[in-house]
Design a protein around this ligand. Structure first.
Ligand SMILES: Cc1cc2nc3c(=O)[nH]c(=O)nc-3n(C[C@H](O)[C@H](O)[C@H](O)COP(=O)(O)OP(=O)(O)OC[C@H]3O[C@@H](n4cnc5c(N)ncnc54)[C@H](O)[C@@H]3O)c2cc1C
Length: 456
């Protein structure tokens, strides 16, 4: 039996405590996905690790659902829930870069934009997401796929240590020496094990990159995808680009009469010299001539925020995802059928390559479940009007049903929707049993269950 500590939650924490009726509660109860309309009991904007520990204890003592929110980007809206106690980490944003050691330590609520800007000042970076407002926490704990992963592994492969508040309110350090089992589980196992209040990452020399988008006619898409399939098998690790189905937004490099048309986009990122990058990217121009392109040298954080305007907070979101070993001709045909029908400019399908350095780590080296996959496909449904929910969800589901026979069972936990919970065993494959053991050791009561949940 847990004993309730005296005093209100507001007495126990330094940060903001927001309940229904309080100024700021309305904003604080919402997350990035506008489809989520939950009313938590309380949102605690924690000011530090001590606040996180006090809030976790409060929720566990009272048996309330405990939601953890970093950047708030979870598509299923795991960062909030009806009647929940929300640990909101948005005030815990900090980045301390050690350029000599090539490491950076970030607060648990830090976003990738902030992190990339801080490390770029020293010409350094690590693998992160392609949108600047995504949180380090959720992204890294689920694995972390981005432009740099062929060269430097997943975000979680670059995690050196973490400070974690566990379900009993203890503050632990996890790395390869201390709580090594917890550290293993944190690298891919999502938010199942505790609240990560600080993370230290390995950094790599990445400064100006060569890259950007090229838009190819749909008629050329099968040839470009078939070329990409061969190219990416042994492409230099400096290359980290991906194909996407994309409606052309009204950007200066898009011919006016082609705005609104659907293309196969190739978004390239090359971290070697610009001259080499030009030669590599030019190989795609030999396959088909792009209708529009904006490829050149730019700071790495600029590419990593290029998609921001297409995906502002407040859209409706429904996503599905799959791991792919071989991009067969049949799979390309399925992509052509459904990708060509992408309904709005904010919806898309991205086919991220996850070979290269991601495959250097043993399949059981971290909890991330699919080191054998070559690609992680994500079908992003994102649209403005709730009245259109049914049609857009249908597009995502039909697209997923068409590629599923050409994909592995299970998907990347960070790209899945709430109705994908039954896939949890397949998401982790052979690592699932060990994850359960770690869950039993650190969270036997499943206090951290608002996630793609690993039951103890
Ligand atoms: C627009 C957009 C772009 C994206 N791009 C990429 C991408 O390029 N690559 C990629 O790999 N993924 C990407 N994702 C998916 C992303 O990794 C997940 O949505 C992830 O959960 C977001 O983390 P967050 O902290 O922003 O989310 P939140 O909603 O705040 O957190 C989601 C869950 O993660 C856990 N969590 C978050 N922070 C912590 C913490 N500090 N300690 C413990 N648990 C925590 C909790 O369980 C929480 O409920 C993208 C998502 C969106 C919406």
């Amino acid at each position: 039996m847990t004993t309730q500590l005296p005093g209100t939650l507001a007495d126990r924490v330094r940060g903001q405590v927001l309940r229904a009726g309080d100024e700021g509660y309305e904003e604080a109860r919402h997350v990035y996905n506008a489809m989520i309309d939950a009313h938590p009991e309380v949102v605690v904007r924690c000011a530090g690790t001590d606040d996180v520990a006090a809030t976790v204890r409060y929720a566990v003592e009272r048996g309330r659902p405990l939601a953890v929110r970093g950047g708030g980007h979870s598509v299923p809206g795991f960062g909030t829930a009806d009647d929940a106690v929300v640990v909101d980490l948005s005030l815990m944003q900090s980045v301390d870069v050690d350029p000599e050691a090539r490491t950076a330590t970030a607060g648990g609520g830090t976003t990738w934009g902030r992190f990339n800007d801080a490390t770029a000042a020293s010409g350094l970076a690590t693998t992160g997401g392609i949108i600047s407002t995504t949180g380090l926490g959720g992204l890294t704990l689920g694995g972390g796929i981005g432009y740099l992963c062929r060269g430097h592994g997943l975000s979680c492969d670059n995690l050196l240590s973490a400070e974690v508040v566990t379900a009993d309110g203890s503050v632990l350090r996890a790395d390869t020496d201390e709580h090594a089992d917890l550290f293993w589980a944190l690298r891919g196992g999502g938010g199942n094990f505790g609240v990560v209040t600080s993370m230290t990452y390995r950094l790599h020399p990445v400064d100006t990159i060569y890259g950007g988008p090229m838009f190819f006619e749909l008629a050329d898409a099968p040839a470009v995808l078939a070329f990409y399939r061969e190219f990416i098998q042994d492409a230099p690790r400096e290359y980290g680009g991906f194909p996407a189905f994309q409606i052309a937004p009204p950007l200066p490099f898009v011919p006016e009469d082609r705005v609104g048309d659907t293309f196969l986009a190739l978004i390239s990122c090359w971290t070697g010299s610009a001259a080499e990058g030009e030669r590599v990217v030019d190989r795609f121009r030999q396959v088909a001539q792009p209708v529009a392109e904006h490829v050149g040298e730019m700071p790495y954080p600029a590419l990593n925020s290029a998609f921001d305007p297409l995906l502002p907070p407040g859209l409706q979101h429904y996503w599905k995802a799959a791991f792919v070993t071989e991009l067969t001709d049949d799979a390309i045909a399925a992509h052509m059928e459904h990708g060509s029908r992408v309904p709005v400019v904010s919806s898309t399908m991205h086919l991220y390559p996850i070979n290269g350095a991601v495959h250097d780590v043993a399949p059981d080296g971290t909890a991330f479940g699919h080191r054998d996959a070559t690609f992680a496909a994500v079908i992003v449904g994102a649209w403005p009007d709730p009245a259109d929910d049914e049609a857009h969800i249908r597009w995502v589901k039909d697209y997923y049903a068409a590629i599923a026979p050409h994909s592995q069972p299970g998907g990347y936990v960070n790209f899945l929707s709430a109705d994908d919970q039954p896939k949890v065993v397949e998401n982790y494959g052979a690592n699932y049993q060990r994850l359960r053991e770690v869950k039993r050791a650190y969270d036997p009561g499943n206090a951290f269950h608002l996630n793609q949940n690993i039951r103890p």
